[in-house]
Ligand binder design. Structure first.
Ligand code: FES
Length: 107
């Protein structure tokens, strides 16, 4: 079954400071929004290895990766790829766009 995607307004997160990540729930999705040196990124926030919230993990802005606080798998925040075991499945990365003074995520 294919899902219809839509742009959702997340302008409220424009005030997120560099290096910060915050949780954002939308319908059944558990998402996190990150500010990587001024660039906004959105991904799922539940580790693909076990049910752990990655907003409690470690963000490396220069390498654009987040590391799970439980077993320390890192995920590339551009591709979503799991970079080391035990996580093997990628994290879902969402498209994000900035238009005028608004921020949107494609969900
Ligand atoms: S729960 Fe994240 S690496 Fe195990």
């Amino acid at each position: 079954m294919s899902e219809i995607q839509k742009w959702v307004d997340i302008t409220q997160f424009l005030s997120l400071k560099k290096g910060e990540m915050i949780d954002f729930d939308y319908e059944d999705k558990k998402i996190m929004i990150l500010n990587l040196n001024g660039e906004f990124v959105a991904s799922d926030r539940i580790c693909t290895h076990a049910y752990v919230d990655l907003t409690g993990g470690f963000l490396d802005e220069s390498e654009k990766r987040v590391t799970c606080p439980l077993h320390l798998s890192s995920f590339d925040l551009k591709s979503g790829d799991a970079l080391n075991l035990p996580a093997e499945k990628p994290l879902r990365i969402y498209k994000i766009k900035k238009e005028k003074n608004k921020l949107f995520i494609l969900i």
